[in-house]
Design a protein around this ligand. Sequence first.
Ligand SMILES: O=C(O)c1ccc(O)c(O)c1
Ligand SMILES: [Mg+2]
Length: 593
Amino acid sequence: MRRSIATVCLSGSLVDKMHAASAAGFDGIEMFEPDLVSSELSPEEVVALAARLGLTLDLYQPFRDFEGVGEEALVENLRRAEAKFRLMNRLGIDTMLVCSNVATATIDSDQVSADQLRRMGEVAAEHGVRIAFEALAWGRFVDDYRRSWRIVELADHPNVGVCLDSFHILSRGHDPADIERIPGDKIFFLQLADAPALSMDVLSWSRHHRVFPGEGSFDLPAFLAHVLRAGYDGPLSLEVFNDTFRQTDVDRTAVHALRSLVWLEDQSQRILDGSEGLLPCVEPPTGFDFVEVKAEDTSDVEVMLGQLGFAFRGRHRSKPVSLWTSGDARIVLNEQHARDTVAHLSAIGFLVAEPDAAGRRAQELMAPVVHRRTYATEVPLQAVEAPDGTEIFFGGPPTSAWIDEFHGGTGTPGELVTAVDHVNLAQPWQDFDEAVLFFTSVLGLEAEDAGVELAGPRGLVRSRVMSSPLSDVRLPLNVVPPADEQSPSSQHVALLCSDTRAAVRRARAAGLSILPVPANYYDDLQARLGLDDEFRRELEALGVMYERDATGEYFNAYTRTIGQVFFELVERRDGYSGYGASNAPVRMAAQRR
Ligand SMILES: O=C(O)c1ccc(O)c(O)c1
Ligand SMILES: [Mg+2]
Protein backbone atom coordinates (compact mmCIF):
# COMPACT_ATOMS: atom_id res chain seq x y z
CA MET A 1 0.00 0.00 0.00
CA ARG A 2 1.07 3.60 -0.48
CA ARG A 3 2.71 5.15 2.55
CA SER A 4 2.29 8.73 3.51
CA ILE A 5 3.15 11.08 6.37
CA ALA A 6 1.65 14.35 7.56
CA THR A 7 4.18 17.15 7.52
CA VAL A 8 3.17 17.94 11.10
CA CYS A 9 5.04 14.83 12.28
CA LEU A 10 8.42 16.21 11.30
CA SER A 11 10.71 19.04 12.38
CA GLY A 12 12.11 21.80 10.22
CA SER A 13 10.81 23.71 7.21
CA LEU A 14 8.43 22.31 4.63
CA VAL A 15 11.40 21.74 2.33
CA ASP A 16 13.29 19.84 5.06
CA LYS A 17 10.22 17.71 5.76
CA MET A 18 9.66 16.86 2.10
CA HIS A 19 13.29 15.90 1.58
CA ALA A 20 13.28 13.70 4.69
CA ALA A 21 10.01 11.96 3.79
CA SER A 22 11.30 11.21 0.33
CA ALA A 23 14.72 10.03 1.51
CA ALA A 24 13.15 7.66 4.03
CA GLY A 25 11.01 6.11 1.30
CA PHE A 26 7.53 7.56 1.78
CA ASP A 27 5.32 7.76 -1.30
CA GLY A 28 3.45 10.89 -0.31
CA ILE A 29 2.69 13.54 2.27
CA GLU A 30 -0.28 15.21 3.91
CA MET A 31 0.16 18.94 3.57
CA PHE A 32 -0.47 20.45 6.99
CA GLU A 33 -1.68 23.96 6.27
CA PRO A 34 0.58 25.87 8.70
CA ASP A 35 3.62 24.28 7.00
CA LEU A 36 2.53 25.71 3.68
CA VAL A 37 1.51 29.09 5.05
CA SER A 38 4.92 29.60 6.62
CA SER A 39 6.85 28.36 3.59
CA GLU A 40 8.59 30.69 1.16
CA LEU A 41 7.75 28.26 -1.66
CA SER A 42 4.83 29.06 -3.92
CA PRO A 43 2.29 26.28 -4.41
CA GLU A 44 3.74 25.71 -7.89
CA GLU A 45 7.24 25.39 -6.44
CA VAL A 46 5.94 22.86 -3.90
CA VAL A 47 4.45 20.84 -6.74
CA ALA A 48 7.76 20.94 -8.61
CA LEU A 49 9.73 19.90 -5.53
CA ALA A 50 7.33 17.03 -4.81
CA ALA A 51 7.69 15.83 -8.40
CA ARG A 52 11.48 15.97 -8.16
CA LEU A 53 11.40 14.03 -4.90
CA GLY A 54 8.92 11.48 -6.20
CA LEU A 55 6.31 12.41 -3.58
CA THR A 56 2.58 12.73 -4.13
CA LEU A 57 0.60 15.38 -2.27
CA ASP A 58 -2.17 13.24 -0.82
CA LEU A 59 -4.18 15.51 1.47
CA TYR A 60 -4.66 19.16 2.36
CA GLN A 61 -5.47 19.67 6.02
CA PRO A 62 -7.08 20.77 8.25
CA PHE A 63 -10.18 22.78 7.40
CA ARG A 64 -11.83 23.70 10.69
CA ASP A 65 -15.21 24.62 12.14
CA PHE A 66 -17.40 24.23 9.08
CA GLU A 67 -20.60 22.36 9.91
CA GLY A 68 -23.44 22.74 12.41
CA VAL A 69 -23.63 26.51 12.05
CA GLY A 70 -26.34 29.05 11.15
CA GLU A 71 -26.90 30.06 7.52
CA GLU A 72 -24.90 33.29 7.72
CA ALA A 73 -21.83 31.50 9.10
CA LEU A 74 -22.25 28.74 6.55
CA VAL A 75 -22.07 31.18 3.63
CA GLU A 76 -18.85 32.56 5.07
CA ASN A 77 -17.50 29.01 5.59
CA LEU A 78 -18.29 28.08 1.99
CA ARG A 79 -16.40 31.17 0.79
CA ARG A 80 -13.45 30.13 2.95
CA ALA A 81 -13.63 26.56 1.64
CA GLU A 82 -13.73 27.68 -1.97
CA ALA A 83 -10.54 29.70 -1.50
CA LYS A 84 -8.86 26.53 -0.22
CA PHE A 85 -10.22 24.46 -3.11
CA ARG A 86 -8.59 26.93 -5.52
CA LEU A 87 -5.34 26.57 -3.59
CA MET A 88 -5.66 22.79 -3.75
CA ASN A 89 -6.04 23.04 -7.51
CA ARG A 90 -2.74 24.93 -7.65
CA LEU A 91 -1.18 22.20 -5.50
CA GLY A 92 -2.78 19.39 -7.46
CA ILE A 93 -4.23 17.97 -4.21
CA ASP A 94 -7.60 16.26 -4.60
CA THR A 95 -8.67 15.61 -1.00
CA MET A 96 -9.24 18.05 1.86
CA LEU A 97 -9.64 17.00 5.47
CA VAL A 98 -12.54 18.74 7.22
CA CYS A 99 -12.46 18.33 11.01
CA SER A 100 -15.69 18.30 12.94
CA ASN A 101 -16.57 21.68 14.39
CA VAL A 102 -15.06 22.28 17.83
CA ALA A 103 -15.78 25.98 18.27
CA THR A 104 -18.60 27.57 16.28
CA ALA A 105 -21.19 24.81 16.00
CA THR A 106 -24.57 25.80 17.41
CA ILE A 107 -26.85 23.21 15.82
CA ASP A 108 -26.70 19.63 17.04
CA SER A 109 -28.37 17.87 14.12
CA ASP A 110 -27.14 15.14 11.78
CA GLN A 111 -29.51 16.36 9.08
CA VAL A 112 -28.29 19.97 9.25
CA SER A 113 -24.63 18.90 9.23
CA ALA A 114 -25.30 16.53 6.33
CA ASP A 115 -27.05 19.26 4.31
CA GLN A 116 -24.16 21.61 4.94
CA LEU A 117 -21.52 19.07 3.98
CA ARG A 118 -23.51 18.28 0.84
CA ARG A 119 -23.37 21.97 -0.11
CA MET A 120 -19.63 21.92 0.54
CA GLY A 121 -19.38 18.77 -1.58
CA GLU A 122 -21.14 20.53 -4.46
CA VAL A 123 -18.61 23.37 -4.38
CA ALA A 124 -15.78 20.84 -4.02
CA ALA A 125 -17.07 18.97 -7.08
CA GLU A 126 -16.93 22.18 -9.13
CA HIS A 127 -13.22 22.27 -8.32
CA GLY A 128 -12.69 18.59 -8.86
CA VAL A 129 -11.81 17.86 -5.21
CA ARG A 130 -13.28 15.76 -2.41
CA ILE A 131 -13.81 16.39 1.29
CA ALA A 132 -13.00 13.87 4.00
CA PHE A 133 -14.94 14.55 7.21
CA GLU A 134 -13.07 13.64 10.41
CA ALA A 135 -14.69 13.40 13.84
CA LEU A 136 -12.24 14.99 16.28
CA ALA A 137 -12.36 13.34 19.69
CA TRP A 138 -13.20 16.75 21.17
CA GLY A 139 -15.67 17.89 18.50
CA ARG A 140 -18.50 20.12 19.80
CA PHE A 141 -21.25 17.75 18.63
CA VAL A 142 -19.52 15.28 16.32
CA ASP A 143 -16.87 13.41 18.31
CA ASP A 144 -17.44 9.81 17.21
CA TYR A 145 -16.58 8.30 13.82
CA ARG A 146 -19.90 6.49 13.72
CA ARG A 147 -21.66 9.84 13.81
CA SER A 148 -19.38 11.36 11.16
CA TRP A 149 -20.18 8.37 8.93
CA ARG A 150 -23.94 8.80 9.56
CA ILE A 151 -23.67 12.43 8.50
CA VAL A 152 -21.65 11.54 5.40
CA GLU A 153 -24.17 8.85 4.53
CA LEU A 154 -27.01 11.37 4.88
CA ALA A 155 -25.09 13.96 2.83
CA ASP A 156 -25.05 11.37 0.09
CA HIS A 157 -22.69 13.21 -2.24
CA PRO A 158 -19.93 11.53 -4.25
CA ASN A 159 -17.42 14.18 -3.19
CA VAL A 160 -18.10 13.74 0.54
CA GLY A 161 -16.54 10.88 2.52
CA VAL A 162 -15.00 10.24 5.91
CA CYS A 163 -11.46 10.50 7.20
CA LEU A 164 -10.68 7.93 9.90
CA ASP A 165 -7.99 8.78 12.42
CA SER A 166 -7.03 5.97 14.79
CA PHE A 167 -6.27 8.39 17.61
CA HIS A 168 -9.74 9.95 17.73
CA ILE A 169 -11.37 6.53 17.67
CA LEU A 170 -9.18 4.57 20.06
CA SER A 171 -8.56 7.40 22.54
CA ARG A 172 -12.31 7.51 23.17
CA GLY A 173 -12.52 3.75 23.48
CA HIS A 174 -14.88 3.55 20.49
CA ASP A 175 -15.12 0.07 18.98
CA PRO A 176 -13.25 0.08 15.65
CA ALA A 177 -15.13 -3.02 14.45
CA ASP A 178 -17.95 -0.81 13.10
CA ILE A 179 -15.50 0.60 10.55
CA GLU A 180 -16.26 -2.52 8.54
CA ARG A 181 -19.80 -1.21 7.98
CA ILE A 182 -18.46 1.77 6.05
CA PRO A 183 -18.04 1.11 2.31
CA GLY A 184 -14.31 1.25 1.56
CA ASP A 185 -14.75 3.84 -1.16
CA LYS A 186 -16.43 6.21 1.29
CA ILE A 187 -13.34 6.15 3.49
CA PHE A 188 -11.51 8.94 1.71
CA PHE A 189 -8.49 9.00 3.99
CA LEU A 190 -6.84 7.11 6.85
CA GLN A 191 -4.62 8.63 9.51
CA LEU A 192 -2.65 6.42 11.86
CA ALA A 193 -1.23 7.26 15.26
CA ASP A 194 -0.66 5.39 18.48
CA ALA A 195 -0.54 6.88 22.00
CA PRO A 196 0.45 5.86 25.50
CA ALA A 197 -2.39 5.28 27.95
CA LEU A 198 -2.66 8.56 29.86
CA SER A 199 -5.46 9.98 31.91
CA MET A 200 -5.69 13.56 30.74
CA ASP A 201 -7.92 15.69 28.52
CA VAL A 202 -8.05 14.21 25.06
CA LEU A 203 -7.04 17.39 23.19
CA SER A 204 -3.73 17.74 25.07
CA TRP A 205 -3.18 14.01 24.77
CA SER A 206 -3.64 14.23 21.01
CA ARG A 207 -1.61 17.37 20.42
CA HIS A 208 1.43 16.41 22.51
CA HIS A 209 1.61 12.69 23.13
CA ARG A 210 0.81 10.81 19.97
CA VAL A 211 3.49 8.32 18.95
CA PHE A 212 4.08 6.15 15.92
CA PRO A 213 2.27 2.81 15.65
CA GLY A 214 3.85 0.19 17.89
CA GLU A 215 5.03 2.69 20.50
CA GLY A 216 1.90 3.32 22.53
CA SER A 217 -0.87 1.21 23.96
CA PHE A 218 -3.47 1.19 21.17
CA ASP A 219 -3.98 -1.93 19.09
CA LEU A 220 -3.10 -0.47 15.70
CA PRO A 221 -2.73 -3.81 13.86
CA ALA A 222 -6.33 -4.76 14.74
CA PHE A 223 -7.51 -1.24 13.87
CA LEU A 224 -5.88 -1.29 10.45
CA ALA A 225 -7.23 -4.78 9.77
CA HIS A 226 -10.79 -3.40 10.22
CA VAL A 227 -10.10 -0.57 7.80
CA LEU A 228 -8.63 -2.91 5.20
CA ARG A 229 -11.55 -5.32 5.59
CA ALA A 230 -13.85 -2.39 4.85
CA GLY A 231 -12.09 -2.20 1.47
CA TYR A 232 -10.07 0.96 1.97
CA ASP A 233 -7.23 1.16 -0.53
CA GLY A 234 -5.94 4.72 -0.16
CA PRO A 235 -2.65 5.63 1.49
CA LEU A 236 -1.69 4.60 5.00
CA SER A 237 -0.76 7.94 6.46
CA LEU A 238 0.88 8.83 9.75
CA GLU A 239 -0.39 11.82 11.65
CA VAL A 240 1.57 12.10 14.86
CA PHE A 241 1.59 15.29 16.89
CA ASN A 242 4.48 14.80 19.30
CA ASP A 243 6.61 17.32 21.17
CA THR A 244 9.76 15.22 20.93
CA PHE A 245 9.58 14.44 17.22
CA ARG A 246 9.05 18.13 16.51
CA GLN A 247 12.51 18.89 17.84
CA THR A 248 14.59 15.92 16.78
CA ASP A 249 16.52 15.21 13.62
CA VAL A 250 14.07 15.19 10.73
CA ASP A 251 15.80 12.52 8.65
CA ARG A 252 16.01 10.15 11.56
CA THR A 253 12.37 10.71 12.53
CA ALA A 254 11.28 10.02 8.95
CA VAL A 255 13.03 6.64 8.92
CA HIS A 256 11.66 5.88 12.37
CA ALA A 257 8.17 6.78 11.12
CA LEU A 258 8.42 4.59 8.04
CA ARG A 259 9.63 1.66 10.15
CA SER A 260 6.41 1.93 12.16
CA LEU A 261 4.30 1.69 8.98
CA VAL A 262 6.24 -1.26 7.59
CA TRP A 263 5.80 -3.06 10.90
CA LEU A 264 2.12 -2.15 11.13
CA GLU A 265 1.31 -3.28 7.60
CA ASP A 266 3.04 -6.59 8.29
CA GLN A 267 1.14 -7.11 11.54
CA SER A 268 -2.24 -6.29 10.00
CA GLN A 269 -1.55 -8.53 7.05
CA ARG A 270 -0.95 -11.41 9.45
CA ILE A 271 -4.31 -10.74 11.11
CA LEU A 272 -6.06 -10.60 7.73
CA ASP A 273 -4.72 -13.71 6.10
CA GLY A 274 -3.72 -15.84 9.02
CA SER A 275 0.02 -15.88 8.72
CA GLU A 276 1.68 -14.50 5.62
CA GLY A 277 2.98 -11.07 6.54
CA LEU A 278 5.22 -8.84 4.49
CA LEU A 279 8.37 -9.31 6.53
CA PRO A 280 10.33 -12.49 7.20
CA CYS A 281 8.47 -13.87 10.18
CA VAL A 282 10.90 -14.06 13.04
CA GLU A 283 10.21 -15.64 16.37
CA PRO A 284 11.30 -13.55 19.35
CA PRO A 285 14.69 -14.40 20.85
CA THR A 286 14.88 -17.22 23.35
CA GLY A 287 17.84 -15.94 25.33
CA PHE A 288 20.91 -13.77 25.53
CA ASP A 289 23.79 -15.09 23.44
CA PHE A 290 26.27 -12.61 24.93
CA VAL A 291 26.68 -9.13 26.29
CA GLU A 292 29.67 -7.12 25.14
CA VAL A 293 31.47 -4.47 27.15
CA LYS A 294 33.91 -2.26 25.31
CA ALA A 295 36.72 -0.17 26.75
CA GLU A 296 40.21 0.98 25.91
CA ASP A 297 41.33 -1.14 28.85
CA THR A 298 39.02 -3.87 30.09
CA SER A 299 41.24 -5.12 32.90
CA ASP A 300 39.08 -3.66 35.71
CA VAL A 301 36.05 -5.46 34.30
CA GLU A 302 38.05 -8.68 34.05
CA VAL A 303 38.90 -8.46 37.72
CA MET A 304 35.27 -7.85 38.61
CA LEU A 305 34.03 -10.75 36.51
CA GLY A 306 36.53 -13.01 38.26
CA GLN A 307 35.20 -11.83 41.63
CA LEU A 308 31.66 -12.56 40.45
CA GLY A 309 32.64 -16.15 39.72
CA PHE A 310 33.14 -15.92 35.95
CA ALA A 311 35.90 -17.94 34.32
CA PHE A 312 38.18 -16.69 31.56
CA ARG A 313 37.06 -18.73 28.57
CA GLY A 314 39.75 -17.47 26.22
CA ARG A 315 41.01 -14.79 23.89
CA HIS A 316 39.69 -14.35 20.34
CA ARG A 317 42.09 -15.77 17.80
CA SER A 318 42.31 -12.61 15.70
CA LYS A 319 40.95 -9.70 17.73
CA PRO A 320 41.68 -8.00 21.08
CA VAL A 321 38.57 -9.56 22.52
CA SER A 322 38.13 -11.96 25.43
CA LEU A 323 35.27 -14.12 26.62
CA TRP A 324 34.17 -14.71 30.20
CA THR A 325 31.50 -17.20 31.14
CA SER A 326 29.50 -18.49 34.07
CA GLY A 327 26.66 -20.91 33.36
CA ASP A 328 24.85 -19.53 30.31
CA ALA A 329 26.07 -16.01 30.96
CA ARG A 330 28.68 -14.96 28.41
CA ILE A 331 30.40 -11.59 28.67
CA VAL A 332 32.61 -10.46 25.81
CA LEU A 333 35.22 -7.81 26.60
CA ASN A 334 36.29 -5.84 23.56
CA GLU A 335 39.26 -3.49 23.33
CA GLN A 336 39.07 -3.16 19.54
CA HIS A 337 38.68 0.41 18.20
CA ALA A 338 38.09 1.55 21.77
CA ARG A 339 40.69 4.28 22.21
CA ASP A 340 39.71 6.85 24.80
CA THR A 341 36.50 5.05 25.73
CA VAL A 342 35.60 3.96 29.23
CA ALA A 343 33.83 0.68 29.84
CA HIS A 344 30.35 0.75 28.30
CA LEU A 345 27.80 -1.69 27.00
CA SER A 346 28.47 -1.91 23.29
CA ALA A 347 26.60 -4.95 21.99
CA ILE A 348 24.03 -7.56 22.92
CA GLY A 349 23.76 -10.91 21.18
CA PHE A 350 20.37 -12.62 21.08
CA LEU A 351 19.69 -16.29 20.49
CA VAL A 352 17.19 -16.66 17.68
CA ALA A 353 15.96 -19.66 15.74
CA GLU A 354 16.94 -18.24 12.35
CA PRO A 355 19.74 -15.67 12.54
CA ASP A 356 19.76 -14.97 8.80
CA ALA A 357 16.03 -14.35 8.62
CA ALA A 358 16.26 -12.12 11.70
CA GLY A 359 18.99 -10.11 9.99
CA ARG A 360 16.91 -9.77 6.80
CA ARG A 361 13.87 -8.68 8.76
CA ALA A 362 15.93 -6.03 10.58
CA GLN A 363 17.20 -4.69 7.29
CA GLU A 364 13.71 -4.50 5.82
CA LEU A 365 12.83 -2.46 8.87
CA MET A 366 15.65 -0.10 7.94
CA ALA A 367 17.82 -0.90 10.92
CA PRO A 368 21.37 0.28 10.14
CA VAL A 369 23.60 -2.70 9.43
CA VAL A 370 26.73 -3.10 11.55
CA HIS A 371 29.84 -4.06 9.67
CA ARG A 372 32.40 -5.91 11.71
CA ARG A 373 35.41 -7.40 10.12
CA THR A 374 35.26 -11.18 10.11
CA TYR A 375 37.79 -13.47 8.52
CA ALA A 376 36.96 -16.24 6.09
CA THR A 377 37.16 -18.97 8.67
CA GLU A 378 35.07 -17.14 11.26
CA VAL A 379 31.35 -17.26 11.78
CA PRO A 380 29.79 -14.27 9.98
CA LEU A 381 27.49 -12.51 12.41
CA GLN A 382 24.31 -10.65 11.55
CA ALA A 383 24.13 -7.34 13.37
CA VAL A 384 22.26 -4.06 13.30
CA GLU A 385 22.40 -0.91 15.37
CA ALA A 386 19.68 0.01 17.87
CA PRO A 387 18.64 3.68 18.14
CA ASP A 388 20.98 4.26 21.10
CA GLY A 389 23.95 2.84 19.17
CA THR A 390 24.02 -0.54 20.91
CA GLU A 391 24.87 -3.23 18.38
CA ILE A 392 22.35 -6.05 18.19
CA PHE A 393 23.63 -9.45 17.06
CA PHE A 394 21.57 -12.44 16.02
CA GLY A 395 23.06 -15.81 16.88
CA GLY A 396 22.21 -19.37 17.67
CA PRO A 397 20.86 -21.96 17.97
CA PRO A 398 21.31 -23.38 20.56
CA THR A 399 24.47 -21.46 21.39
CA SER A 400 26.59 -19.82 18.84
CA ALA A 401 29.52 -21.33 17.01
CA TRP A 402 31.50 -18.10 17.51
CA ILE A 403 32.43 -19.34 20.98
CA ASP A 404 34.92 -21.76 19.40
CA GLU A 405 36.91 -18.79 18.11
CA PHE A 406 38.13 -18.17 21.68
CA HIS A 407 41.16 -20.05 22.97
CA GLY A 408 43.39 -20.27 26.02
CA GLY A 409 40.82 -20.19 28.76
CA THR A 410 41.78 -20.94 32.30
CA GLY A 411 39.88 -21.94 35.40
CA THR A 412 36.34 -23.07 35.94
CA PRO A 413 33.44 -20.77 36.67
CA GLY A 414 31.62 -20.73 39.99
CA GLU A 415 28.14 -22.19 39.98
CA LEU A 416 26.18 -19.30 41.43
CA VAL A 417 25.74 -17.13 38.32
CA THR A 418 23.67 -19.08 35.82
CA ALA A 419 22.55 -16.68 33.07
CA VAL A 420 21.96 -13.09 32.03
CA ASP A 421 18.62 -12.12 33.55
CA HIS A 422 18.19 -8.70 31.97
CA VAL A 423 20.13 -5.86 30.43
CA ASN A 424 19.19 -2.28 31.23
CA LEU A 425 19.78 0.13 28.40
CA ALA A 426 19.92 3.85 28.99
CA GLN A 427 18.10 5.86 26.37
CA PRO A 428 18.61 9.51 25.61
CA TRP A 429 15.16 11.08 26.11
CA GLN A 430 14.65 11.75 22.42
CA ASP A 431 15.29 8.10 21.47
CA PHE A 432 12.94 6.38 23.88
CA ASP A 433 9.85 5.86 21.70
CA GLU A 434 12.00 4.91 18.74
CA ALA A 435 13.75 2.30 20.90
CA VAL A 436 10.39 0.79 21.93
CA LEU A 437 9.42 0.44 18.27
CA PHE A 438 12.85 -0.88 17.32
CA PHE A 439 12.76 -3.71 19.84
CA THR A 440 9.09 -4.42 19.07
CA SER A 441 9.51 -4.59 15.31
CA VAL A 442 13.03 -5.90 14.84
CA LEU A 443 13.19 -8.38 17.72
CA GLY A 444 9.52 -9.14 18.35
CA LEU A 445 9.74 -8.08 21.99
CA GLU A 446 6.71 -6.61 23.74
CA ALA A 447 6.40 -3.85 26.28
CA GLU A 448 5.45 -5.53 29.55
CA ASP A 449 3.28 -2.58 30.53
CA ALA A 450 2.92 1.15 30.04
CA GLY A 451 6.08 1.71 32.07
CA VAL A 452 6.95 3.36 35.34
CA GLU A 453 8.45 6.66 36.37
CA LEU A 454 10.98 6.87 39.18
CA ALA A 455 12.32 9.93 40.88
CA GLY A 456 16.11 9.80 40.57
CA PRO A 457 18.48 12.21 42.30
CA ARG A 458 18.93 14.27 39.13
CA GLY A 459 15.53 14.00 37.54
CA LEU A 460 12.79 11.68 36.51
CA VAL A 461 13.75 8.26 35.13
CA ARG A 462 11.16 6.76 32.80
CA SER A 463 11.40 3.02 32.45
CA ARG A 464 9.68 0.50 30.24
CA VAL A 465 10.54 -3.18 30.06
CA MET A 466 10.63 -4.93 26.69
CA SER A 467 10.53 -8.70 26.94
CA SER A 468 10.01 -11.90 25.00
CA PRO A 469 6.78 -13.87 25.54
CA LEU A 470 8.43 -16.36 27.89
CA SER A 471 10.52 -13.65 29.57
CA ASP A 472 13.75 -15.36 28.60
CA VAL A 473 14.83 -11.99 27.27
CA ARG A 474 14.14 -8.85 29.29
CA LEU A 475 15.34 -5.44 28.29
CA PRO A 476 14.38 -2.60 30.61
CA LEU A 477 14.78 0.70 28.73
CA ASN A 478 15.42 3.70 30.93
CA VAL A 479 15.18 7.29 29.85
CA VAL A 480 17.67 8.97 32.06
CA PRO A 481 17.60 12.70 32.74
CA PRO A 482 20.06 14.61 30.49
CA ALA A 483 22.33 15.23 33.50
CA ASP A 484 22.75 11.48 33.90
CA GLU A 485 23.28 10.42 30.31
CA GLN A 486 27.01 9.81 30.64
CA SER A 487 26.82 8.88 34.26
CA PRO A 488 27.22 5.63 36.14
CA SER A 489 23.59 4.88 36.71
CA SER A 490 22.83 4.33 33.05
CA GLN A 491 23.51 0.80 31.90
CA HIS A 492 23.84 -2.51 33.57
CA VAL A 493 23.85 -6.25 33.15
CA ALA A 494 21.80 -8.22 35.65
CA LEU A 495 23.12 -11.70 36.28
CA LEU A 496 20.74 -14.38 37.39
CA CYS A 497 22.07 -16.40 40.28
CA SER A 498 20.83 -19.29 42.30
CA ASP A 499 21.61 -17.55 45.61
CA THR A 500 22.35 -13.83 45.71
CA ARG A 501 23.50 -13.87 49.30
CA ALA A 502 26.01 -16.66 48.63
CA ALA A 503 27.20 -14.94 45.46
CA VAL A 504 27.71 -11.67 47.37
CA ARG A 505 29.61 -13.44 50.15
CA ARG A 506 31.86 -15.06 47.58
CA ALA A 507 32.40 -11.83 45.67
CA ARG A 508 33.13 -9.87 48.86
CA ALA A 509 35.64 -12.52 49.94
CA ALA A 510 37.31 -12.10 46.55
CA GLY A 511 37.60 -8.36 47.18
CA LEU A 512 34.62 -6.99 45.26
CA SER A 513 32.99 -3.85 46.58
CA ILE A 514 29.22 -4.08 46.61
CA LEU A 515 27.27 -0.82 46.34
CA PRO A 516 26.55 0.35 49.91
CA VAL A 517 22.88 0.56 50.81
CA PRO A 518 21.81 3.01 53.55
CA ALA A 519 20.31 1.81 56.83
CA ASN A 520 17.19 3.89 56.07
CA TYR A 521 16.43 1.53 53.22
CA TYR A 522 16.47 -1.46 55.57
CA ASP A 523 14.35 0.39 58.16
CA ASP A 524 11.77 1.03 55.46
CA LEU A 525 11.95 -2.50 54.11
CA GLN A 526 11.48 -3.99 57.56
CA ALA A 527 8.51 -1.71 58.25
CA ARG A 528 6.89 -2.44 54.88
CA LEU A 529 7.36 -6.19 54.79
CA GLY A 530 7.59 -7.07 58.48
CA LEU A 531 11.00 -8.75 58.19
CA ASP A 532 12.40 -10.41 61.27
CA ASP A 533 15.52 -8.81 62.76
CA GLU A 534 17.90 -11.58 61.86
CA PHE A 535 16.92 -11.59 58.18
CA ARG A 536 17.16 -7.82 58.04
CA ARG A 537 20.65 -7.89 59.62
CA GLU A 538 21.83 -10.48 57.12
CA LEU A 539 20.65 -8.43 54.13
CA GLU A 540 22.08 -5.24 55.57
CA ALA A 541 25.46 -6.74 56.35
CA LEU A 542 25.78 -7.97 52.79
CA GLY A 543 24.29 -4.95 51.01
CA VAL A 544 21.64 -7.18 49.46
CA MET A 545 18.29 -5.57 48.59
CA TYR A 546 15.02 -7.42 48.79
CA GLU A 547 11.54 -7.22 47.34
CA ARG A 548 8.49 -9.37 47.81
CA ASP A 549 5.07 -9.37 46.20
CA ALA A 550 2.22 -11.76 45.50
CA THR A 551 4.29 -13.60 42.89
CA GLY A 552 7.45 -14.21 44.88
CA GLU A 553 10.72 -12.79 46.14
CA TYR A 554 13.65 -10.91 44.63
CA PHE A 555 17.13 -10.65 46.12
CA ASN A 556 19.57 -8.34 44.41
CA ALA A 557 22.82 -6.48 44.89
CA TYR A 558 24.84 -4.08 42.77
CA THR A 559 28.54 -3.87 42.06
CA ARG A 560 30.39 -0.58 41.94
CA THR A 561 30.48 1.06 38.55
CA ILE A 562 33.35 0.78 36.11
CA GLY A 563 33.24 3.47 33.45
CA GLN A 564 29.57 3.44 32.56
CA VAL A 565 28.60 -0.11 33.43
CA PHE A 566 27.90 -2.06 36.52
CA PHE A 567 26.53 -5.49 37.27
CA GLU A 568 23.59 -6.60 39.33
CA LEU A 569 23.19 -10.01 40.95
CA VAL A 570 19.58 -11.11 40.99
CA GLU A 571 17.76 -14.08 42.40
CA ARG A 572 14.11 -14.70 41.56
CA ARG A 573 12.05 -16.97 43.76
CA ASP A 574 8.64 -18.47 42.98
CA GLY A 575 8.29 -16.69 39.67
CA TYR A 576 8.82 -13.11 40.85
CA SER A 577 8.76 -11.23 37.57
CA GLY A 578 9.56 -7.64 38.51
CA TYR A 579 12.81 -5.74 38.87
CA GLY A 580 12.69 -4.50 42.43
CA ALA A 581 11.60 -1.09 41.15
CA SER A 582 11.47 0.33 44.67
CA ASN A 583 15.22 -0.35 44.83
CA ALA A 584 16.19 1.80 41.87
CA PRO A 585 15.95 5.26 43.50
CA VAL A 586 18.02 4.01 46.46
CA ARG A 587 20.53 2.54 44.06
CA MET A 588 20.78 5.73 41.99
CA ALA A 589 21.30 7.86 45.08
CA ALA A 590 24.01 5.48 46.32
CA GLN A 591 25.74 5.56 42.93
CA ARG A 592 25.67 9.31 42.96
CA ARG A 593 27.45 9.32 46.32
O1 LIG B 1 -5.47 18.69 16.74
C1 LIG B 1 -6.07 19.06 15.73
O2 LIG B 1 -6.58 20.15 15.62
C2 LIG B 1 -6.16 18.13 14.58
C3 LIG B 1 -6.14 18.61 13.29
C4 LIG B 1 -6.22 17.73 12.23
C5 LIG B 1 -6.31 16.38 12.45
O3 LIG B 1 -6.40 15.49 11.47
C6 LIG B 1 -6.32 15.91 13.75
O4 LIG B 1 -6.42 14.59 13.94
C7 LIG B 1 -6.24 16.77 14.80
MG1 LIG C 1 -6.40 13.47 12.17
